[in-house]
Design a protein around this ligand. Structure first.
Ligand code: MLT
Length: 262
């Protein structure tokens, strides 16, 4: 489905009925990373996925692609779909967007699932690496970014045993424009620290992390859990950073139990 939000064209999907759950994808992927979650959950609730600006079938607008702008796009989609409040499920960059969304529109969040992500801004070194990667995307294209990122996104177990998942992730990355990849890297490099808002979160929150996540390891997930009152943490064995793709059965079980408890 297509929607015009903030003067840009967005691709999104809206399936099922009941409580709305909005899924926010990782960098540099697209909304199809949530296919297994939509298949499992759209029988229980209303699932909405969106290609964040610049990714999949959505326009990029002007760089940088900031987390606040992406959050405003999600708010715009909600308005268009008559959704006042929703549960947000964000993985990695999607988690950055979910936290930016909560900062800007706290009353529009019913519950939060933060997967394989962090609340802190980039360190100086991480920002430098990102800016180099942004330049590389522009110079060498999306395939070069896939070469760098696929081994980091997937856990050791998946890398050894699931070439099909590696191929799926690579295809998602290569289908994106190098300019959008670069612009989102610059947006993430500029993202604000969200640690100070964690203590104010007063609704149910689930933290999920792959035990083999190298980009946002379980210690990051423990920090999120410790910072958010009442938050629960689920560590998924045998999964890396893309825990929902690598171990969908375990991820869906944790997500379904959480959503049914709301
Ligand atoms: C992601 O998976 O969204 C990225 O790894 C996030 C990041 O680069 O910080």
């Amino acid at each position: 489905m297509q929607a015009t939000i903030n003067h840009l064209n967005f691709s999104y999907r809206d399936q099922g009925n009941g409580e709305p759950v909005i899924f926010l994808h990782a960098f540099p992927l697209n909304q199809t990373m949530w296919d297994e979650q939509v298949a499992a959950l759209s029988h229980h609730c209303r699932t909405v996925t969106i290609d964040l600006r610049g990714f999949g079938g959505s326009d990029a607008g002007h760089p940088p692609l900031t987390m606040e702008q992406m959050a405003a796009d999600v708010r715009g989609l909600m308005s268009g779909l008559d959704i006042e409040r929703a549960t947000l499920v964000g993985l990695s960059m999607g988690g950055y967007v979910a936290l930016a969304f909560y900062r800007e529109y706290p009353d529009a969040v019913r519950a939060l699932v933060l997967s394989d992500t962090r609340a802190s801004a980039d360190t100086h070194a991480a920002r430098e690496r990102r800016l180099q990667s942004a330049e590389k995307a522009e110079r060498e294209g999306a395939a070069a970014i896939a070469d760098d990122m696929v081994p980091l996104l997937l856990g050791e177990t998946t890398r050894q045993t699931r070439p099909d998942i590696a191929a799926r992730v690579r295809a998602m990355i290569e289908a994106n424009s190098p300019h959008a990849i670069s612009a989102a890297q610059r947006g993430m490099a500029a993202r604000r620290d969200s640690i100070y808002i964690l203590a104010a979160i007063d609704f149910p929150t689930l933290i999920i992390v792959g035990a083999e996540d190298q980009l946002t390891p379980p210690t990051e997930a423990e920090s999120l859990r410790d910072g958010i009152r009442g938050a629960r943490l689920q560590v998924i064995a045998g999964a890396g950073h893309l825990s929902n793709i690598e171990r969908p059965v375990e991820f869906n079980a944790a997500l379904t139990e959480f959503i049914e408890s709301l």
